[in-house]
Design a protein around this ligand. Sequence first.
Ligand code: SAH
Length: 223
Amino acid sequence: MTIDIITVHPPLLESPFSHSILKRAVEKKLVEVNVIDLRDYGIDRHKQVDDYAFGGGAGMVMMIEPIMNCINDLKAKRRYDEIIYMTPDGETLKQKHCNHFSTLENIIVLCGHYKGIDERLREHVITKEISIGDYVLSGGELPAAVMCDAIIRLIPGVLGDETSALTDSFQDNLLSPPVYTRPADYNGWKVPDILLSGHAKNIEEWRHQQSLERTKLRRPDLL
Ligand code: SAH
């Protein structure tokens, strides 16, 4: 899978892909992440990428031309399944989006800034609009990193234990059961006996029961 991320602040996207699981995914070539500096497509000497809003009002708007030139350049190299714009008024990112995106070949992720991008881009070239929640951040870079992390960890081979992504919260609309590790007794705080029983089938049933109860209690909307 190739993920091309368009941004005016490339350094904001360096760290998320240079550590831990995402770093290994890139090294193993399970995903290629390219961070493209929109400034390279800026207009004139000043490499301008934004301008005042028609009709007035505070805040700059990202211009069509630099973004179109950048996207057209990318499209000359590969065919894209989705061109995703990160925006607070998009569809709220859910596990089902991530599952779907992780099966795609090539995607572009566009990070907005200032007041956002010229609406005509949203009408004509953006194929999907995604929000990471009902709050406003100053730019699309952190939302893009959040979404890409959630996608990349689902690509086969990225997580060490292939099944582990399937037992995470939200797959099957259930929250994860509680987990424990050594010591089995920390100053009287004990691990549930069943987990020490060695009885795989009972443990599996217990975990499923815990998942159900936790979901009923915390997120009944999922059931
Ligand atoms: N004026 C816009 C907010 C712009 S915030 C509005 O009120 O809807 C600047 C940029 O940050 C956006 O273009 C978007 O790319 C990004 N952004 C901010 N909050 C976001 C969120 N919750 N989800 C996804 N992207 C977000």
